[in-house]
Design a protein around this ligand. Structure first.
Ligand code: BEZ
Length: 413
């Protein structure tokens, strides 16, 4: 076994790599253990694009997004790579009950408070300026220009560049089986080797419970989605789309919350990506994923495209999915192990939520927690000890499990 290292990061997704670089730039020895390879398509970081968005119902989330955006900009200049592409975000539709993405109009006040007012659009403005069609008469929109499409691959290359610059050892194909947390550090058992670190940052996304459960007998109360999307070819008759969300009440037993990305050269050039913010197949054990995008989800998206998107070919191509881990309140965990675990501060856990946009910030906070440095951001809402984050017993999927969650299957209206 090698000598004990300072920090081991479990998970080579975007948060793990950002955390590793943030620790290593402070002069510490860091190893990243990744079961696949950095940038793998098997986790929550899959595919070409993510949103860096600031239109939130909760002001704290907008503030965190702006903080993360500043850090992305710093990384862009340090690595000479472009990561954020500012296509703006258009949210449109009607004011609904609270959804996993908040509501349509509540960000108006959030952004006013932050002195970054949104632009309000009528249904006619939206259809005149963008290629949407057939919008109901009561639809309105809000737009903010500084929201951006994240070039996922560029973000990974930048994170790896930083890891390289600060001498992080990244070990692909090292699946962590167990952590043995003791008074003198953490033993890490992988399928290739064993090592010991003073501290561990667990950034394993949807796979987190596969480590927490055998190591500490605890699990996060995850609901996992294989979240699907498809690409539609622009036919050249209309212009490009912005990034967008449509908010509307659920109908026909599924969510009516859709979202999309513009045509970007680092995605599928000439295509827009469209998805429903919902999944027909949800599960709690990551090994129960089905890989193929469910037909129902693809059909829902295609119906939506036919009804609302002008200037695109109607045939979906390159349908795919990304693995998403949700907690009942849709927020992330960013904390030490719960205090009921011995030596809990040896292990930092970061998991769940739509966190790619926060990656440089969450990575830095993981590093600070692991190194015992002060954290200036308020991360109390990401506490591992808040209600309904930890699952202590077997989950009854029909009564106390999925059905009782915030993300329960939507009802017809
Ligand atoms: C987000 O970035 O927060 C997000 C993007 C697409 C769907 C849902 C959430």
């Amino acid at each position: 076994m090698d000598a004990q290292i300072d920090i081991a990061v479990v998970g080579g997704g975007i948060i793990g790599l950002m955390a590793a670089a943030a620790v290593a730039r402070r002069g510490k020895q860091v190893v990243v253990l990744e079961q696949h390879f950095p940038g793998t398509q098997e986790g929550s970081s899959a595919e070409h694009v993510r949103m860096w968005r600031t239109l939130y119902t909760e002001i704290s989330h907008s503030q965190l997004a702006y903080r993360a955006g500043d850090l992305y900009a710093t990384i862009e200049s340090e690595t000479s790579r472009k990561i954020l592409h500012h296509h703006g975000l258009l949210n449109f539709g009607i004011e609904t009950d609270y959804t996993p993405e908040g509501t349509l109009l509540t960000p108006v006040e959030t952004m006013r408070t932050l002195n970054r007012p949104v632009r309000l659009l009528s249904r006619r403005d939206i259809e005149r300026e963008y290629p949407f069609k057939n919008l109901p008469a009561d639809y309105v929109g809000i737009y903010h220009a500084d929201n951006a499409v994240i070039d996922v691959r560029s973000a990974f290359i930048a994170a790896l560049q930083l890891c390289n610059k600060y001498h992080v050892r990244v070990l692909p194909r090292h699946r962590v089986r167990r952590l043995d947390n003791g008074d003198d550090g953490v033993g890490i058992v992988t399928d290739q080797t064993s090592l010991k670190a003073n501290k561990v940052i667990l950034a394993a996304g949807a796979y987190t419970n596969q480590i927490l459960k055998p190591s500490f007998g605890i699990e996060l109360d995850f609901l996992l989605w294989d979240m699907c999307f498809a690409y539609y070819k622009l036919d050249g008759s209309r212009g490009n789309y912005p990034m967008w969300f449509q908010f509307d009440q659920a109908r026909n037993g599924h969510s009516n919350l859709f979202y999309g990305f513009p045509d970007v050269p680092f995605g599928r050039p000439g295509f827009v990506r469209v998805a429903v913010d919902w999944a027909s197949h949800t599960f709690t054990d990551v090994d129960d994923r089905i890989y193929a995008p469910p037909r129902l989800d693809l059909e829902i998206v295609r119906e939506f495209v036919l009804e609302r998107l002008a200037g695109v070919d109607s045939a979906p191509v390159d349908a795919g999915r990304a693995l998403m881990a949700h907690l009942p309140d849709n927020l992330s965990v960013l904390d030490y192990l719960p205090s009921t675990c011995q030596n809990n501060r040896n292990i930092v856990v970061c998991a769940a939520g739509w966190a790619f946009k926060f990656a440089p910030l969450f990575g830095d906070i993981c590093a600070r927690l692991a190194l015992g440095l002060p954290v200036s951001d308020d991360i109390s809402e990401f506490s591992i000890s808040r209600p309904s984050v930890l699952r202590f017993g077997p989950v009854d999927d029909t009564v106390g499990g999925q059905q009782s969650r915030a993300l329960k299957p939507v009802q017809d209206d």
